[in-house]
Design a protein around this ligand. Structure first.
Ligand SMILES: *Cc1c(COP(=O)(O)O)cnc(C)c1O
Length: 397
């Protein structure tokens, strides 16, 4: 194992679901907005008008990537704000119409915790179950919907296990009942084709740092005529719906990053999917008592999530880190707590498996050599941990 580390000059980053490096083209597009083009888009002189034009160009790039109209894109401080706004904003604007929201049990915490806040305010929330692969059954949406339902929110693809949801079908069912449909597409942008009209999406959350853009910037797509309250009070920015001086460099970075991410999909998706499949096959073939989490085929092209019995995910991460590999057990947001992932539990994974999960998420910079290296060290890492584990049965001690 040591010989393998000595040969490595750079760490292997396989945690692209947590964040991605900002692309050089994106940095280059952003830089002038900090220095020469620093105007406040709300002011009246030439410098401000220039900032306004720059901002609207970025808005157009985001709209084009989604098949939306430019005026349907609202910049936010990221995916978390977009999710909070979609859920709390639609709930507040429709309080007289109804008090019921439908979501899934495997959403990101930005969605789940927003729904829990609403429950404390008297709204009712249905958290739909998922099957063993993490898929929501569209029929369960039909069963849950009532004349009090004001929003259906189901993520396009899961950040932990990579499962892609049948959102087009779910949106159709919501619309049959006159209910708007929101999707958290933070993990889906640049990975699966998204067209808000073709897929019947009324609200969509996205975040720049998940596809080569800067952190702290994202957007909410809001279909024309959707009833939604503002989350922030203040100035009249973002058509009076999202107050606060616009993050012009952030918006420009988002615009450039989404344009590149969508344009590169035809080349990138098959390349990442091939590495993903080699990792999955290699791990399952070389390490006993291991299972794949998530869906075998309806899966993000860059997501590998496997569960090893008798080991703790946290110890796997520490050993991989010592070998120069950056990975995750699931969601970056829950790794500080030792609770098993709510996503894996919802998929019905037994607790002894849920604790030993490992997520590897690939990006453009990963190579076949990276895959070979991970496949060469991982069996020994798991074997060593199993030897030390009090959870192991006889054969491993
Ligand atoms: C990362 C992520 C978010 C949060 O986005 P931020 O921009 O980091 O706030 C929300 N949903 C999903 C599915 C994510 O992966």
């Amino acid at each position: 194992m040591n010989a393998a580390i000595r040969g490595r000059s750079r760490p292997i980053y396989m945690d692209h679901a947590a964040t991605t490096p900002v692309r050089p083209e994106v940095v280059e597009a952003m830089l002038p907005c900090f220095s020469e083009r620093y105007g406040n888009p709300s002011s009246v002189y030439a410098l401000a008008r220039e900032a306004q034009v720059t901002l609207e160009k970025a808005r157009g790039q985001v709209a084009d990537a989604l098949g939306a109209a430019t005026e349907e894109i609202y910049f936010t401080s990221g995916g978390t704000e977009a999710d909070n706004w979609a859920i709390k904003g639609v709930a507040a604007a429709n309080r007289k119409k109804g008090d019921h929201i439908i979501t899934s049990s495997i959403e990101h915490h930005a969605v789940l915790h927003s729904c829990e806040t609403l429950e404390k305010q008297g709204y009712r929330v249905t958290y739909l179950p998922v099957d063993e692969f993490g898929r929501v059954d569209p029929a369960s949406v039909e069963e849950a919907i009532t004349d009090q339902t004001i929003l259906v929110s189901v993520m396009a693809a899961n950040n932990e296990i990579g499962t892609i949801q049948p959102i087009k079908k779910i949106a159709e069912i919501a619309h049959d009942h006159g209910v708007p449909f929101h999707t958290d597409a933070v993990q889906a942008i640049g990975a699966i084709p998204i067209d808000v009209n073709e897929m019947g999406i009324d609200l969509l959350s996205l975040s720049a740092h998940k596809f080569g853009g800067p952190k702290g910037t994202g957007a909410l797509y809001i279909r024309r005529k959707t009833r939604i309250a503002a989350l922030m009070d203040g100035g009249a920015q973002e058509r009076g719906k999202r107050a606060g001086t616009e993050n012009v460099p952030g918006a420009v970075g988002l615009g450039k990053a989404i344009e590149l991410a969508v344009a590169e999909m035809p080349e990138k998706v098959p390349r990442l999917a091939a590495m993903r499949d080699r990792l999955i096959r290699g791990i399952l073939d070389s390490i006993p008592e291991t299972r794949l989490n998530g869906h075998p085929t309806e899966r993000l092209p860059n997501n590998v999530n496997v569960a090893f019995r008798y080991v703790e995910g946290e110890s796997i991460l520490l050993m991989l880190d010592a070998l120069g590999i950056a990975a995750s057990t699931g969601s970056a947001c829950t790794s500080a707590s030792l609770d098993p992932s709510h996503v894996l539990i919802a998929c019905g994974l037994p607790a002894e498996h849920a604790h030993g999960s490992l997520r590897l998420t690939l990006g453009s910079q990963n190579t076949d050599d990276d895959v070979d290296y991970v496949l060469s060290v991982l069996p020994r890492v798991i074997e060593r941990l199993r030897k030390m584990s009090p959870l192991s049965p006889e054969q491993y001690t």
